[in-house]
Design a protein around this ligand. Structure first.
Ligand SMILES: Nc1ncnc2c1ncn2[C@@H]1O[C@H](COP(=O)(O)OP(=O)(O)OP(=O)(O)O)[C@@H](O)[C@H]1O
Ligand SMILES: Cc1ncc(C[n+]2csc(CCO)c2C)c(N)n1
Length: 325
């Protein structure tokens, strides 16, 4: 039996030219030289979501913070933000999140009081049918898209929980907002950078990956990426995607990559710009046919054409990224 599909081994550096007549390209994303992923829309804004694990990306964290127009902590992530500054009270004060949200079973009392005293909006949501991660994502959507949410917070600022229903008020707010705005407006793009969601507990990590697929369906205006101290992780959409990067950044800061069909088996119709490019290559976790340990050899871009969305991880050398920015 012959293996399906084709693997083409390329030299260490190649020029990538994409003939758009043969290789469709619906999506363009950029890997910026500060390690952030942008959907290529110059008007997009960036939001930072901090989850509850140790912040281990050093000065890259500070860089991402300053690059963001909104910063949200999921429950116990507020402890991690607080601890990041160790005993440097002056620095800690400069990094005030916009919101802390979750069931609030993980945030420490003194951290709660600290951020409350700084005027951070802290929202309790007790439902045990969604994670703090999902609560955060809904809140971020509302923050950017609801014409009335900021006014609502202002009007209810003296009430307990800012007047938001305790169990699933944010989810309800989100649902009714989405019903209202879907028909009327085009929603601006948001580059959503998530830290601390990968590694650590395995179910939490898999839940993070589900968010990549889920957001693509429910809130496609998010370009979501996970950043860890070893990787950037994104979803590559079907219908053809060009990923652009700065050639020097690639050389100095990027290592291996993997095309990971975590959500479902699929066919990689074509890649252009990998050390091991593939054509009509069926890939699945259960057969073990997965392109891991691959790398970018396209000087400034790489092209992916996949039949179904799949996960891409890009290895970053954190120290080099921090040096580079
Ligand atoms: N060990 C971990 N590994 C990966 N992600 C994590 C881990 N712990 C927490 N997170 C992420 O941080 C978010 C906030 O976590 P927190 O500890 O405050 O609450 P939790 O009770 O563990 O999470 P949840 O309430 O969502 O179940 C979680 O929703 C999850 O996305
Ligand atoms: C089928 C099913 N499995 C697990 C949970 C538990 N759960 C999912 S999200 C969440 C909130 C954590 O803050 C909890 C406890 C559930 N509700 N339903």
């Amino acid at each position: 039996m012959t293996e399906q599909g084709e693997v083409i081994e390329n030299p260490e550096i190649i020029e990538v030219n994409i003939d758009l007549k043969l290789s469709p390209c619906k999506n363009k994303i950029k890997l910026l030289s500060n390690g952030l992923i942008s959907n290529g829309d110059d008007h997009a804004t960036t939001a930072l979501l901090i989850l509850n694990q140790h912040i281990d990306i050093g000065q890259l964290f500070i860089k991402i913070w300053h690059n963001s127009s909104l910063r949200v902590c999921a429950d116990g992530a507020a402890n991690r933000l607080y601890d990041f500054f160790e005993d440097d009270e002056e620095e800690r004060l400069k990094y005030k999140p916009d919101y802390i949200i979750g069931d609030l079973d993980s945030i420490k009392d003194d951290v709660f009081k600290y951020y409350q005293s700084l005027g951070v909006v802290i929202i309790k949501q007790t439902t045990q049918y969604s994670t703090d991660f999902t609560k955060c994502v809904n809140l971020i959507s509302i923050h950017y898209n609801s014409p009335s949410f900021k006014q609502f917070l202002q009007d209810h600022k003296l009430e307990s929980n800012h007047g938001i229903e305790l169990e699933r008020g944010i989810h309800e707010f989100y649902n009714s907002m989405m019903n209202e705005i879907k028909s009327v407006t085009t929603i601006p793009s948001i580059n959503l950078v998530v830290i601390n969601g990968i590694g650590g507990r395995f179910d939490q990590t898999i839940h993070s990956i589900t968010q990549l697929y889920n957001l693509k369906q429910k809130d496609p205006y998010f370009q979501m990426s996970f950043i860890t101290n070893t990787d950037i992780i994104i979803l590559i959409s079907k219908n053809g995607t060009i990923l652009e990067f700065d050639p020097n950044f690639r050389k100095q800061c990027i290592g291996n990559c993997g095309l990971l069909p975590i959500g479902e088996p699929t066919i990689i119709i074509e890649t252009i710009g990998l050390k091991w490019d593939v054509k009509n290559w069926d890939t699945s976790i259960s057969t073990g046919k997965v392109s891991s340990n691959n790398r970018f050899v396209g000087g400034n871009k790489c092209y992916f054409h996949v039949e179904d969305d799949l996960v891409l991880n890009i290895e970053i050398f954190l120290d080099k990224v921090i040096e580079y920015i």
